[in-house]
Every structure is written in C-alpha cells, then in structure tokens.
Write a protein that binds this ligand. Sequence first.
Ligand code: FEO
Length: 400
Amino acid sequence: MQITDNVYYVGVNDRTKHRFEGLWALPLGVSYNAYLVVSDKVALIDTVEADFFGEFLAKIRAVLGERKIDYLVVNHMEPDHSGSLELIRRYYPEIRVVGNAKTHDMVRGFFGPQGGEDIVVKEGDRLSLGGVEMQFHLAPMLHWPETMVTYLPAQGILFSGDAFGCFGALNGAVLDSRMDCTPYFPEMERYFAAILGKFCAPVRTALKKLSGLDIRMICSTHGPVWTENAGRAVETYRRMSHGETEPGLVVCYGSMYGNTQRVAEAVAEGAAAAGLRHIAVHNLSVSQPSFVLADIFRYNALAVGGPTYNGGVFPVVEDLLRRLAGRQVEGRHLACFGGYTWASAAVKTIHHYNEKMKMQWVADPLEWKQAPDADALAAARRMGEALAHAALNAGAPDAQ
Ligand code: FEO
C-alpha cells in the first residue's frame, strides 16, 4: 500500500493474539507496521512478528517484485518488530542491517552472528538511498535501550518506532486521513500506560529532541500513520509523559465475598454526591490491567481497597500496586480501604507500596473487621467526598 511517492506500508494485522507481550488485552487487535522506502536504493524499516512472515513477504514482493532490498533499518529490536529479521536475511541475503551499537548487540543475541556487513549509526548520522536521505536519532529507553527513530528530512516523515503507536488493528486504511480515528486515541492512552508508563522521562527527552524536526507524517510501528492527527498524537504522548491528569477518581478494589465491594461502591457514591462526574470503578478480579492503568494515568485521584489475604493484601490488588510502583504515577490523590477477619494487613501493605508510588494521601485509611457496618460505609462515603474535593479543587498534587 503506497502512502507517499517513496514510502509503502507493508505491515500486518494481528487479530488473533489475546495478550500483547503476554500481558495486555487486545480487544481491537494490533498492527505490526513496517515500511519500504523506495528510491535508487531500497530500505525496509523494521519487520513484523515471525508468525506473519508469509503475508509480510508477499506485501514486500507486491511492491518490489524481484528487486532487492539494500538496507533493513532496525528502529527497535523487540520481537514484534525484529521477529522476521532472520527470515528476511534468508530471502534477501545481501541486505545490510542498519542500527546503533546496541541494536547490533541485540541482533547477535537474538539471532546469532550476522552475515554481511553491519551498518552502525550514531545520533544524527545520515544514509542516502539516492533520491531520499534517511537520518537517525537515538531514543534510548523508549522503551528499550537500543530504540532509535528514522527521519526523512526532505519529506518530513518520521519512522518513530513504538512512539506515537497504539493498540488496534488497521481496518482497511492506513492513513489517519482515510479513517475514523475515534477508537485509536483511547487505545493510544492504554498503550502508553501499559508499555511506556515506566519511561515517562525518556519519552520527554525524546519529545524534546524531536521537537526540532519538521514532522509532517508519523509512521509508527503500531496503529495508523499519523498525518492530520500527528499533532494530537504528539500531544497525547506529551501530556501523559508529563503526568498531566484531569479531575476524576478511579476506585480499584478486590473482593472475595462482596464486603470490600460494598465499601468501594460507597466511596464512589460519596465522590459522585460531592459533584465529581468522572468516576471509574474497577473490580480488579475482572478488569484487565491495561484498562485500569489507562484510567489511573487519566485521572488525578485513586482509591484502592482489598481484604487482607495470607498476611498481605488480596493478590489482584497487590498486582495493581506492583504495576503502579513500576510506573511514574506520583501526581495523584490517594486513599485506601481494607477489611480483615482476624488480623489486619491490607491497608498496611497498600501504604508500603505508596512509598514507591509517591501519591498524596487525602484521607485516613478505612479498616473494618469482618463485614462493614453502617459507620464503615458512612466513612467510605466521606472518603469519596474527600477524594472528590481534592480532585476538583486541588488539581493534581505536586510530585513528592
Ligand atoms: Fe512494539 Fe516495543 O515493541
């Protein structure tokens, strides 16, 4: 599929996989994007997962026929993009792999010694295809250490790797200007929260570096090619990497027999009664983590609750806390609640995790023994009110 005079889309859709990276739900599928830049010489920008190699090769041949590929530019070595590297080298034995020093280390690690000559690029290096020039910019820890982007200065096209990518397979069209992009921006937020949420600082560094480029088209490795929505894609990454939130509350809980759920519902009711309109309630035994994380990245208040279980907090709650402790989510208002039957440990465990999450407490923890009584439910509603007032009036707290 031709997208400019020199650039062809040769990516594939994955509508089969249930979990991206084995972790993140894919209700709309995902695309693995790869591109051909065709001039006097030919460059392939990234590959696709190995399972899709046959379809990928057919797309390449539909563009090139029997013509050879001169360069394989590896912007990112994660196997959703490098998975077909070894097979491409078998079909195009003269292809030269272009990457930075870390890329080539990883190529050898994943695929063994390389045949042919590596091309090792550094920040700002250029490589000419004849009529088209490629320039390389390193974007380390976005989200792997070898990550880089490839820029066509004359065309204003950025091959951005995972940056500005999103979940969601492509439904016929590739260019954003030819489709309804409505489903893709929530999927971009979910992708960012899941994949890049730990790496906000490297994202900010990369955005600063890329801000000096004239970017008219963004060809990422997942999701639509951004043209008329390029600014919105960049703004989404800017906003999320800076931890910018909007007033709203996420209530996350785990519950075995409904007692913690009753408290969670009372927290949400209290927040709603106080005038907060954006409230998301997640039963962590049911909600997929990436959807929970996306809501937590979006809103400025969080309530977490669960029963004591095996001397700690209920496992699905601890799973969320562990994920949050590994992400940059500090600018949030926080409250917690937890019941126990004979020995209390849940709220203490939640407090322990907040030493890494670094959110700002807005209410005392709420505990109850066995079932919550009327006083406990009233306290839960007051907790919801306090969170709502903080969310509406205080904005996001400063990071500690
Ligand atoms: Fe799409 Fe980080 O691989």
